[in-house]
Design a protein around this ligand. Structure first.
Ligand SMILES: [Zn+2]
Length: 369
C-alpha cells in the first residue's frame, strides 16, 4: 500500500467577462473613467516620491473625481508596476469589496449574470455574457469555493470586458494513493499520455497509414463493384487496426504502471459517430478524425487493460482541452497551429498534445457524465 497523500492545490486564473451591449452613454462613461485613471497614474508618477499620496483622500486632488475605491486600487496598481515611467493605459480596477457578481432569474427560466461596480456617476449593475466554462467558475464564486481577486474594466476594440481574477481549488483531487495520467488522442500524435511531467508519445503513423491505405483500396473496389472483395478488405483493416491498438494499449498501461498511476483520464468518445466505412464522414474534431472506429477501439482496449492492472479510468469532457493552458488556465480563442501551444498569459510553450493531455489529467472541462 502506498502512503496516502493529501494535498490542496489552488490556481489563480482570469476570466474575461464581456459586458452585454452597454449603451453608448455607458461606453463613453467607462472610457472617461479609464482616461481619468490613466491621467491620475501619470500625474502620480511625476510627483516627488516623498509627496505621493498614500490614501484616496490625499489622492483626490490629483484626480478628476474618481471614485475613492478606484483611486485606492489605482495607487496599488501603480506601486505594483515599480519600473513604470508612464502609463499608456491604466484600466480601472476594483477590489473584492467594491465589485460584485450577481445571478438573477430571467423570465425564460434561465439565469442572467450581472456585475456591479462603482463608476463616475453611481454604482452600476450591468449584465454580462457568460460562457458555460465561465459560468462554472462564477457558480464557484457564489458558493464560496472560489475566491475573488481584482476585477478590471478593460476595453478591447469596441467591446468592454471585466477581467476577473479568481483563485480556485485546482481540480479537486481527493486523497489518492497514486498519480493521475491524462491521455489525449492527439492532433499531432496518435496518442499522448502524461503523468506528473512525464510524457509518452505515440506517433500517429500506424493508424493514419492503415486508414489511407484501406481507403484507397476500398475506393477502387467500390468502383469495380467487387462486394466480396470489399468485405474481405474490411476484415483485413479490422485485423490490422486491432493489432496496432493492442500494442499501443499494452504500452500505455505498462507506462501507467511504471509511473505508479492509479487513475487514467481520457476524453469521452462515446458521443462521436463511428464510421466503419469510409463514407463522406469527415466530421473533424480539433483537426482529428475521431470518427474512425479504431480510436474508440483503442480506448476500449486501454480501459480493459487498465482494469486488469487495477487502474481506474474516468471519461472527461473534451471541451477546451486543447485551447486551455494547462499551467495557468488561460483559454485561447483559436486552435494553436503546428505542434506548440504558446500561452499568451504565462508565456509557457508546450507540445499541443502534451498540453491537452495534461488538461485531461486535471479534468479541466469536468468529468463526462
Ligand atoms: Zn498559461
Amino acid at each position: 500500500m502506498g502512503e496516502e497523500v493529501k494535498y490542496k492545490m489552488e490556481q489563480t486564473l482570469t476570466i474575461k467577462l464581456k459586458l452585454y451591449k452597454p449603451t453608448l452613454a455607458k461606453q463613453k462613461m467607462y472610457q472617461e473613467m479609464a482616461d481619468r485613471c490613466t491621467a491620475f497614474a501619470n500625474r502620480y508618477l511625476q510627483l516627488d516620491p516623498k509627496n505621493r499620496p498614500k490614501t484616496s483622500k490625499q489622492a483626490q486632488q490629483y484626480s478628476d473625481k474618481l471614485p475613492s475605491a478606484v483611486l485606492n486600487q489605482a495607487i496599488k496598481d501603480i506601486k505594483a508596476n515599480k519600473n513604470a515611467k508612464r502609463f499608456k493605459r491604466l484600466w480601472p480596477n476594483f477590489n473584492n469589496q467594491n465589485f460584485r457578481v450577481e445571478k438573477e432569474a430571467s423570465q425564460n427560466g434561465g439565469a442572467v449574470w450581472k456585475v456591479s461596480f462603482p463608476t463616475l456617476e453611481k454604482r452600476v449593475g450591468v449584465p454580462i455574457e457568460v460562457s458555460a466554462y465561465q459560468e462554472k467558475y462564477l457558480e464557484m464564486l457564489l458558493s464560496g469555493q472560489a475566491k475573488q481577486g481584482a476585477a478590471r474594466l478593460v476595453r478591447r476594440g469596441r467591446n468592454w470586458f471585466i477581467h476577473l481574477s479568481l483563485t480556485v481549488p485546482a481540480a479537486e483531487e481527493k486523497s489518492r494513493t497514486g498519480k493521475i495520467m491524462g491521455i489525449d488522442l492527439g492532433q499531432i500524435d496518435l496518442l499522448v499520455a502524461t503523468v506528473a511531467g512525464q510524457t509518452l508519445f505515440f506517433s500517429g503513423a500506424p493508424l493514419a497509414y492503415i486508414r489511407r491505405r484501406f481507403a484507397k483500396l476500398r475506393h477502387s473496389l467500390q468502383k469495380a463493384g467487387a462486394h466480396r472483395a470489399l468485405k474481405r478488405l474490411g476484415d483485413r483493416e479490422h485485423h490490422w487496426a486491432t493489432d496496432v491498438n493492442h500494442k499501443i494499449s499494452r504500452a500505455v498501461v505498462e507506462f501507467a504502471r511504471s509511473q505508479g498511476v492509479s487513475l487514467i483520464r481520457m476524453e469521452d468518445l462515446t458521443g462521436v459517430r463511428w464510421a466503419t466505412r469510409q463514407r463522406k464522414v469527415q466530421k473533424r474534431d480539433h483537426g482529428r478524425n475521431l470518427d474512425y472506429w479504431p480510436y474508440y477501439q483503442l480506448q476500449q482496449f486501454i480501459k480493459y487493460k487498465a482494469a486488469l492492472a487495477r487502474i481506474q479510468v474516468e471519461p472527461v469532457n473534451r471541451n477546451n482541452t486543447s485551447l486551455t493552458c494547462s499551467r495557468c488556465g488561460e483559454i485561447v480563442k483559436s486552435r494553436p497551429r503546428g505542434r506548440w501551444f504558446k500561452c499568451p498569459r504565462c508565456k509557457r510553450t508546450m507540445h499541443v498534445d502534451a498540453n491537452a493531455a495534461s488538461n485531461i489529467a486535471q479534468a479541466i472541462s469536468g468529468l463526462a457524465a
